[in-house]
Design a protein around this ligand. Structure first.
Ligand code: GLA
Ligand code: ZN
Length: 683
């Protein structure tokens, strides 16, 4: 059966290609709109995101509105078959507002109110900011929601940051009251008797700041949860009038990679489609391979956030950014490759920041489709056109997804708790990096992966990898037990099963709720300096063989029901188990006790891949720097072969027959990819 998601908009059953369009910067150059439309058509752009920072152009004075320019832009674009993703303008506010109502400005963690300026510099709690937002959003919704050219909403821009103003602190206390009911519950959950930090009145609770309270880990964690909650609350406030005016228009807000400050698992529930802004620092390292794998993982997070639903690549730069330490040009091929990498992992769009380069202010040198020269005879414009042309050939892939056998758990709350814990390795606990390293082993083999959090359903996977699952929220241990009991394979590592959801340590032996399924007891953990090493020696009784380096963290464990597969080779814990497996129900649970390097991960996951016959994009040995990713509708498989080497690379295909969607030709057994080249094959 063919299984596909619906297009983002029924008005446009094609890949979306376009970008942030800021015509309000060019209102005194009326000829530019005509010229932009000519260039948009030339580069095969079909959607522009309009109005992201337009508040002052829409409401130049309090209560005085001007929509004429926007009417003109939306109508003109629509007459030319270019649709609009309409933004709410709340990412930045007019000066009149900040000066008349200072409470709209954010208070930093120094507890000082910021001055007017910049962007994303507002309080999410302020009733005045909310009221002003409500007014402008309602007007936009009433005027444009039923315009045939408008396909959806882009809410604000890159929500992020926290505000420590009295209004936010009060909202935080109310949120805590709702959560804990009594102060006694809160004090216990936060272990506040330590250093005599017990609260005796709700009013004593302040937001955590560097020169005040920062040592109560439960407080820090709840503050981060509150910031996510309050940001989403503001977002919900923004979208209410939009839903009222036309409930059919899809709504999104642009995420920023794995942005530390917001738990995107919570946010994703509230958007209709996930979108994100992708700015990899290509060409800064010896090669682009590790970065390619890292960005690939972010795409997988974005797809997984809504259970496999295609997402939007809302922003990427068509040229170089202006904010990276070295804003490098993309080498030939990289723009198409980087754009198709998003598509390969489930994006149904390729969009840019921005369409036309600003003439002044802070982003005047940021890459754009149309440069200051103003015409189409540029390398960047040709690259963009190339992406546009490619996307027009991919209609049959639109709405397909991935359905991997493997899931890796990457959990925001766990990330926050690990970083804050003051534990065995404060010079680098490296949660995200560790997840990325495990992920890379699959990426190299072209094995599709979902990146989930610990609340997701595990039952659809064959293999769940949970490195450093320090925090285990209630019920997760049991759910992992059930997963393994029913035949699943679990991999976990050192520094798992340590603390609960308010960062209280599990009593009675680590890894707490994971102890039964893993069949081990972790007694102590040793920390290694950057240049110390131990070794992991397999006992060679099965396919897992050899000696590998153990670095940075070595967990000293006892097997309970598990059996030892490898032991440490050095130090006073020489001979103690370093890798174990526990047969549990019909499944197996592996434990990797020490931090390992790429060679170990490759060997270990090759072994699991052989044992579990994991789904691949293609069952061939992929050369260094090449990956294959899969999109499928259940009947047809589409394989994206991508070469992240700056060198021509040959790939031997397996025995299936493949058709090249871009060249429309049958493919030979050997396929040659240009430097940063790619091929999109249909099986
Ligand atoms: C972010 C913002 C854009 C722009 C780009 C520049 O993603 O959303 O407005 O500033 O960065 O890279
Ligand atoms: Zn505030």
């Amino acid at each position: 059966m063919i299984n596909k998601y619906k297009p983002i908009s029924s008005k446009l059953p094609h890949f979306i290609h376009g970008g942030d369009y800021n015509p309000d910067q060019w209102l005194d150059h009326p000829e530019i709109l005509e010229e932009d439309i000519r260039l948009m058509k030339l580069s095969k752009c079909n959607v522009m995101t309009v109005g992201i920072f337009s508040w002052v152009s829409l409401e130049p004075e309090e209560g005085k509105f001007n929509f004429e320019w926007l009417d003109g832009v939306i109508n003109k674009l629509y007459e030319n078959d270019i649709h609009v993703l309409l933004a709410t303008p709340t990412g930045a506010r007019p000066a009149w507002m900040s000066f008349k109502y200072p409470e709209v400005l954010r208070v930093s963690s120094n507890r000082m109110r910021n001055s007017h300026g910049g962007r994303h510099n507002h309080c999410y709690t302020s009733p005045i900011y909310r009221e002003k937002t409500r007014i402008i959003n309602t007007k936009l919704a009433e005027r444009y929601s039923n315009h045939p050219g408008v396909i959806g909403w882009h809410i604000s821009n890159e929500y992020g940051g926290d505000c420590h103003c009295p209004l936010c602190e009060e909202a935080f206390r109310n949120w805590l009251k709702e959560k804990y009911k009594t102060l006694d519950n809160l004090n216990k959950a936060w272990w506040t008797t330590f250093w005599s930090h017990t609260y005796t009145d709700w009013s004593q609770i302040e937001s955590p700041v560097p020169y005040g309270e920062e040592g109560v880990h439960g407080l820090n964690l709840d503050w981060k949860r509150f910031v996510t909650h309050q940001t989403i609350d503001f977002y919900k406030w923004e979208i209410e009038p939009l839903r009222k005016a036309n409930a059919d228009l899809p709504i999104t807000t642009n995420f920023m990679e794995m942005f530390y400050g917001l738990d995107y698992w919570k946010f994703a529930k509230e958007v209709d489609v996930v979108s994100w802004d992708n700015y990899p620092t290509w060409h800064n390292e010896a090669d682009d391979v590790t970065l390619a794998s890292r960005m690939s993982m972010v795409h997988d997070v974005m797809r997984s956030l809504k259970g496999g639903k295609p997402f939007m690549l809302m922003e990427s730069t068509p040229g170089a950014t202006n904010w990276q330490a070295t804003s490098k040009l993309k080498k030939p091929g990289m723009h198409l490759l980087s754009s198709m990498q998003a598509v390969a992992h489930g994006s149904d769009t390729v969009q840019y920041f921005q369409w036309r380069k600003s003439r002044g202010s802070s982003e005047k040198f940021h890459g754009a489709v149309v440069d200051h020269c103003g015409h189409e005879n540029t390398r960047v414009f040709r690259d963009v056109t190339d992406v546009g042309t490619t996307l027009t050939k991919l209609d049959e892939i639109l709405g397909t997804s991935v359905n991997p056998d493997v899931a890796i758990i990457f959990d925001w709350e766990n990330w926050w708790a690990i970083d804050d814990a003051q534990g065995p390795r404060n010079c680098g606990i490296k949660y995200k990096e560790t997840i990325e390293q495990h992920y890379k082993a699959f990426w190299k083999k072209g094995i599709p992966v979902d990146v989930i959090n610990m609340d997701c359903d595990f039952s659809k996977y064959k293999l769940v990898v949970a490195p450093m699952l320090y925090m285990v929220r209630p019920g997760v241990g049991e759910r992992l037990e059930n997963f393994v009991k029913n035949g699943g394979t679990l991999v976990s590592t050192y520094w798992s099963g340590i603390a609960d959801e308010t960062d209280l340590c599990f009593l009675g032996g680590f890894p707490g709720p994971l102890r039964k399924v893993l069949g081990i007891w972790s007694e102590e953990i040793d920390s290694l300096t950057d240049d110390q090493r131990n070794t992991i020696n397999f006992n060679n009784s099965n396919e897992l063989k050899g000696e590998f380096e153990a670095i940075e963290l070595c967990d000293l464990i006892h097997t309970e029901t598990a059996e030892s597969l490898a032991v440490y080779g050095d130090d006073f814990y020489k001979g103690r188990p370093a890798v174990t497996v526990n047969n549990f129900g019909s499944g197996k649970a592996y434990y990797i006790a020490a931090r390992t390097k790429e060679d170990f991960n490759d060997t270990f996951y090759t072994y699991l891949n052989n044992t579990l016959s994991l789904k691949h994009a293609i069952t061939t040995e992929l050369p260094y720097g090449v990956t294959a990713q899969l999109r499928t509708n259940g009947e047809n498989d589409y394989i994206f072969l991508m070469n992240f080497n700056n060198a021509t690379t040959k790939i031997e295909l397996d025995d299936c027959s493949y058709y090249d969607i871009l060249s429309k030709e049958k493919v030979d057994k050997t396929i040659t990819l240009a430097p940063y080249g790619l091929a999109i094959l249909k099986k």
